[in-house]
Design a protein around this ligand. Structure first.
Ligand code: NAD
Ligand code: DAU
Length: 355
């Protein structure tokens, strides 16, 4: 038995692959383009594991996908591959359409061809899982009810629109062709291996560098936070027991304003790595120009997943955040390798203009 995973060298995908191989004997074929966000160091623990087959390739390469599907005959395909950063999507949306829309289309077509050629019972048992985001639902007001699986799509950023388009394609491949598609919509993940362009690792790194902590706008935007390991556990439940054609929300029941998150990180760092001058890292907080079109609030109602598949998050936000800070403090080789020239260029472009 084999799984084919795309984007498995990224933040969430690498956690999924590592967790999967820790508790299953199946082979995982991992197709990743190794964009700036893909990192084989995340998978170093699998270097000598024959159950992990890494393939450097793109989901837009139909011929490659067809060959891999025929060769490895997976029982499921999980699509993590994406451009995933909202600020980059605003700065340059083309690659988001290329990967998240056209790439997903090419992947779906390759999977459809393979799946249609399967004999029973493999055909009925096959699953395609589209890993998506809560951002497709748009933005909530402070008192509005959390997103459910029936909330209409209203994406606001090029990233969210490209993910919504990919999700619509996956939905249509189920309805028109019968492909057994499962789709998940998850809130903000955090944990080890997250590229330090995203809020939590960016703030940890800038705090340690003594740089300003750039809080967009008034810092009162709300996100729901989920530890990455809990996301992977939810994906395993959906893959095992989700109903083809259904969508599932995944969330952490941990709504926080950005300012709360940044101040909490500062307090954890104040204890773990006190500043030389004895002041709190929160002295480095700097309010900067807001993200254009910034969604005010995301909140996830994940009761369907709890009621139907028995999944609830395990990690509490405060302990998860402490674990995450401890990981970044103790994995400096990973961080230093990631903060290469291209990362420095991005930070300079993104934050010098905002200051
Ligand atoms: P990431 O940016 O860390 O990793 C994305 C991975 O996809 C990288 O390894 C990259 O090399 C690879 N990739 C990019 N383009 C590719 C292509 N054309 N072909 C093959 N591989 C390609 O992203 P992440 O945070 O791990 O997110 C993974 C998935 O989960 C994405 O689909 C994202 O939309 C979704 N998601 C993320 C979050 C979050 O908070 N990070 C929350 C909900 C959903
Ligand atoms: O909600 C799920 C989504 O969460 C995923 O689909 C995306 O892939 C993932 O990147 C994340 O999107 P966000 O835009 O919410 O994450 P980000 O870490 O970029 O920002 C979190 C919040 O922090 C957001 O309100 C913007 C704010 N922010 C972010 C950065 C990078 C700042 O105030 N300053 C910053 O420097």
């Amino acid at each position: 038995m084999t799984l084919l995973v795309t984007g498995g060298a990224g933040f969430i995908g690498s956690h999924f692959v590592l967790d999967w191989l820790a508790c299953h004997h199946e082979t995982v074929v991992n197709v990743d383009a190794l964009s700036y966000a893909g990192n084989r160091m995340n998978l170093a623990a699998l270097a000598d594991d024959p159950r992990h087959v890494f393939v450097h390739g793109r989901i837009g390469d139909g011929a490659l996908l067809e060959r891999l599907l025929e060769e490895h005959k997976p029982r499921a395909v999980l699509n993590f591959a994406a451009e995933s950063h909202v600020d980059r999507s605003i700065a340059g949306p083309a690659v988001f359409v290329d990967t998240n829309v056209a790439g997903t289309f090419t992947l779906l077509e390759a999977v459809r061809g393979y799946w249609q050629g399967l004999a029973e019972p493999e055909k009925t048992a096959f699953r395609y899982l589209q890993v998506s985001t809560d951002e497709v639902y748009g933005s909530l007001g402070p008192l509005e009810a959390a997103f459910t699986e029936t909330t209409p799509f209203a994406p606001n950023s090029p990233y969210a629109a490209s993910k919504a388009a990919g999700d619509h394609l996956a939905r249509a491949w189920h309805h028109s062709y019968g492909l057994p598609v499962l789709t998940t919509h998850c809130s903000n993940n955090y944990g080890p291996f997250q590229f330090p362009e995203k809020l939590i690792p960016l703030m940890i790194e800038r705090a340690l560098e003594g740089a300003p902590l750039p809080v967009y706008g008034d810092g009162l935007q709300v996100r729901d936070w989920l530890y990455v390991g809990d996301h992977c556990a939810a994906l395993r439940r959906v893959l095992a027991e989700g109903k083809p054609g259904d969508t599932y929300n995944i969330g952490g029941n941990a709504e926080r304003t950005n300012l709360e998150v940044v101040n909490r990180l500062c307090a954890i760092l104040d204890e773990a790595r006190p500043r030389a001058d004895g002041r709190s890292y929160s002295a480095q907080v700097a309010f900067v120009a807001d993200r254009p079109g910034h969604d005010r609030r995301y909140a996830i109602n994940a009761t369907k997943l709890a009621a139907e598949l028995g999944w609830v998050p395990d990690e509490r936000f405060d302990s998860g955040l402490k674990r995450t800070v401890a990981w970044y403090l103790s994995h400096r080789a990973w961080v230093d390798a990631v903060k290469s020239g291209s990362y420095r260029d991005w930070v300079a472009r993104q934050y010098e203009a905002r200051a």
